[in-house]
Design a protein around this ligand. Structure first.
Ligand code: CMX
Length: 436
C-alpha cells in the first residue's frame, strides 16, 4: 500500500483514542506547574503530545519506540550500505511501520517527482547578500516556496474540511522533505563553491544525492544518511519542533511553520551549537600555536570559557541527563571509520569528552555535564571536507525537517488545537508565593 494510504488508515484508526481521551478523561491531572518552571522556560511541563519520538532523560531518544541502534538495524538499507535510506526512515517516522524494500522504493520514486524546486526560490536566495548566514538562506528558500502550498490552497478553496486537512499538510510536508536537501546543496554551492551548481542525480536516494550535489565522495553518502536521520526528531518540546508545531497550530501552512522552526534552530543554544563547537575548537587550536593538545590545556580552555561567562558548546541538555546517544552513534561512526578514528580533530573531540564532564561538574551549574549531538557532528563533516562550519546548522535543518513535518502531518490528522498557553503576571506569582 502506498505511504499516504497507509498513513490514512493509521490516522483514522488513531483518532478515536484522542477523542476518547479528551471526552472521557479530559480532566485527569498529569502534571502541576511550579513558579520556577513558569520563569524557567516551561522546563519538564508535560503539555505536548507526539507519538513520533520520545526522549527519556537517561536513555535518550527513541524514534517510534526504537532506540537509535534498533532503528538503524530494523530499516531496509541503502544499496551497498550499512545505513538505511532517509526515505525508509521517513516512512517509519510517519507510520511507525518498518517499510518493505518495495515501499522504500516507492517513496524514493515519489520524492523524485517532488524535487523540482522552482527557479524563483533560487533567485530569492541569490538576491540575498552572499555573506548572509546560510540559515537565513535556507529559511528564505522555504518561505519562497510557500506560494505553492497545497494546504494554503485547500484552506482558501472554500472546501476546507478538518477531517481531510492533513492530506494537504502531507503533500506540503513531503514536498518540503524532498526539496530541502536540494535547496541546501544549492546554498552550499552558491556560498562556498562560486555558485558552481551540480544537477540532481535521479538514480540516487536522498542522502546519496545530497552527497553528489555538494561534490562529495561516495563515502559521504552514509554520512549524509546517518546525519539526517540522527538529527530528525527529539520529541516535541525542543525549540525547532515546538515552534513548527506552534506556528502550524494557527493553521499557518507547513512552509510558514518550518521556516519559523528553522529560525529557532539557528539559535546558539539549539542547532547553531554545532557551528559553535567547531568555532571553539578552532579558537583553542589557534591559542595552542602548534603545541599538542593535552588534558591540561583542554581543561584550562574549558575553564577560560566558563570564567568568561560563556557556555561550553555541545555540552548540557534541557532534558537529557547522560551522554546523548546521537553523540555516541556519531562517535562510533568515527571509531569504525579508518582514517577518521586517527584524525587529530577527532582525537581532540574525544579528549574534550574525557575532560569537559569533570570540569562542568566542578563548575556546578549545568544539570547535565555530558555531551549532546552537536559536540561530535562537526568533526565528521570537517574530516570529509565540509569545513564551512557556518553551514552545519543547515545540515541539521535538513534532518530536522523530517521530524517537524511528520509531527505536523499528525497534528492535523488528529485535529490538535491552536496552541495558547496562559500567562500570568509577576504580581500574581508573588501573591501565590506569599500564600505558600
Ligand atoms: N556550559 C556552561 N554552562 C552551562 C552549560 C554548558 N554547556 N549547560 C548549562 N549551563 C548552565 C546554564 O547556562 C545555566 O546557567 P544559569 O543558571 O547561570 O542560567 C545552568 O547551567 C543550568 O542550566 P541547565 O538547567 O543545566 O540547562 P538548560 O536546560 O537551561 O539549558 C542548554 C540547556 C542545552 C541550552 C544548555 O545546556 C547549553 O547552553 N548548552 C550549550 C549549548 C548547546 O550545546 N546547545 C545544543 C543543545 C542540543 C541542541 O538543541 O542542538
Amino acid at each position: 500500500m502506498a505511504l499516504k494510504d497507509t498513513l490514512k488508515q493509521k490516522i483514522e484508526a488513531h483518532r478515536p483514542r484522542t477523542t476518547r481521551l479528551t471526552k472521557e478523561f479530559g480532566k485527569v491531572i498529569i502534571d502541576q506547574v511550579t513558579i520556577d518552571q513558569c520563569i524557567g522556560g516551561a522546563r519538564d511541563i508535560r503539555s505536548l503530545v507526539t507519538d513520533i519520538s520520545y526522549l527519556d532523560p537517561q536513555e535518550g531518544i527513541r524514534f517510534r519506540g526504537k532506540t537509535i541502534p534498533e532503528t538503524f538495524e530494523a530499516l531496509p538499507k541503502a544499496a551497498g550500505s550499512a545505513y538505511p535510506t532517509v526515505e525508509s526512515f521517513w516512512y517509519f517516522l510517519l507510520t511507525g511501520d518498518v517499510p518493505t524494500q518495495a515501499q522504500v522504493d516507492e517513496v524514493v520514486a515519489e520524492w523524485k517527482t517532488r524535487q523540482n524546486v522552482p527557479s524563483y526560490v533560487f533567485d530569492a536566495i541569490r538576491a540575498l547578500p552572499r555573506d548572509s548566514h546560510p540559515m537565513v538562506m535556507l529559511s528564505v528558500g522555504i518561505m519562497a516556496m510557500q506560494k505553492d502550498s497545497k494546504f494554503a490552497a485547500f484552506y482558501n478553496s472554500g472546501k476546507f474540511n478538518k477531517m481531510v486537512a492533513w492530506e494537504s499538510v502531507y503533500e506540503d510536508a513531503s514536498d518540503i522533505v524532498a526539496r530541502i536537501p536540494i535547496v541546501a546543496a544549492f546554498i552550499y554551492n552558491l556560498k562556498y563553491k562560486g555558485d558552481k551548481q551540480i544537477a540532481i542525480d535521479p538514480k540516487l536516494d536522498m542522502g546519496a544525492n545530497f552527497a553528489h550535489m555538494i561534490g562529495q565522495s561516495d563515502q559521504y553518502k552514509d554520512v549524509a544518511r546517518m546525519y539526517f536521520i540522527l538529527h530528525s526528531d527529539h520529541e516535541s518540546g525542543n525549540v525547532s519542533a515546538h515552534t513548527t508545531h506552534l506556528v502550524h497550530s494557527a493553521l499557518s501552512d507547513p512552509y510558514y511553520a518550518y521556516s519559523a522552526g528553522l529560525n529557532g534552530l539557528a539559535g546558539p543554544l539549539h542547532g547553531l551549537a554545532n557551528q559553535e563547537v567547531l568555532g571553539w575548537i578552532m579558537e583553542f587550536q589557534k591559542k595552542l600555536n602548534g603545541a599538542e593538545p593535552t588534558k591540561e590545556n583542554v581543561t584550562k580552555a574549558l575553564w577560560d570559557t566558563l570564567n568568561a561567562g560563556q557556555v561550553v558548546p555541545g555540552y548540557g541538555h534541557a532534558v537529557l541527563r547522560k551522554t546523548d546517544p546521537r553523540y555516541t552513534a556519531q562517535r562510533e561512526f568515527c571509531l569504525n571509520t579508518p582514517g577518521l578514528k586517527d584524525d587529530p580533530l577527532f582525537k581532540l573531540v574525544a579528549m574534550i569528552f574525557e575532560t569537559a564532564p569533570g570540569v562542568l561538574t566542578e563548575h556546578g551549574k549545568t544539570k547535565n555535564p555530558w555531551p549532546n549531538v552537536d559536540a561530535q557532528s562537526g568533526v565528521i563533516q570537517w574530516y570529509y571536507g565540509v569545513k564551512e562550519w557556518d553551514f552545519y546548522t543547515v545540515l541539521f535543518g535538513v534532518g530536522r525537517a523530517l521530524g517537524c513535518m511528520a509531527n505536523i502531518t499528525w497534528d492535523r490528522g488528529l485535529g490538535y488545537a491552536i496552541e495558547r498557553p496562559k500567562s500570568v503576571t509577576t504580581d500574581m506569582l508573588e501573591k501565590w508565593a506569599a500564600e505558600g
